[in-house]
Design a protein around this ligand. Structure first.
Ligand code: FES
Ligand code: FES
Length: 162
């Protein structure tokens, strides 16, 4: 099968890969070492593989790597680090929204996409925003709480920065 050189930016870093047309963005990212992007169902059902592509939430198992050529990808490891976690990551940890953790990267990216658009979402809006992300452990209550807490922390941080 023909291969093509694809260039995209992942978490601010230019990457270049040569790939056949049938490779998903999920596979390409994991092969490049971004194993924070989780492989759950590979058919768009679970949201574990969610990333931001040019700022929009996508399930990376449903995007071909070729389609990401020239575009920017943000994964959960690009959001913050252990030393400098993002408020969403902190809120998930502090509210008990992380149990086995498998859904967490995708949940956090769904929360990021929501809060970028809507900094003060209602519970219903949060539930709608994470409706494509499955969690087998938490029962979702702590995840909703985490997103509410993250919104408060981001708002406070904005005030502190003024
Ligand atoms: S692995 Fe992509 S939605 Fe489940
Ligand atoms: S914390 Fe285990 S699947 Fe969500």
């Amino acid at each position: 099968m023909d291969r093509k050189t694809v260039r995209f930016k992942v978490n601010g870093v230019e990457r270049e890969v040569s790939l056949p047309p049938n490779v998903t963005l999920l596979s390409a990212l994991r092969d490049l070492g971004y194993v924070d992007v989780k492989n759950g169902c590979e058919k768009g059902d679970c949201g574990a593989c969610a990333v931001l592509l040019d700022g929009k939430l996508v399930n990376s198992c449903l995007v071909l790597a070729w389609q990401a050529d020239g575009r920017e990808i943000l994964t959960v490891s690009g959001l913050g680090s252990l030393d400098r976690p993002h408020p969403i990551q902190e809120a998930f940890a502090d509210t008990g929204a992380v149990q086995c953790g498998y859904c967490t990267p995708g949940m956090i990216m769904a929360a990021k996409a929501l809060l970028d658009e809507n900094p003060d979402p209602s519970e219903e809006e949060i539930r709608e925003a994470i409706s494509g992300n499955l969690c087998r452990c938490t029962g979702y209550a702590q995840i909703v709480e985490a997103v509410e807490e993250a919104a408060r922390r981001i708002a406070r941080r904005g005030e502190d920065d003024r």
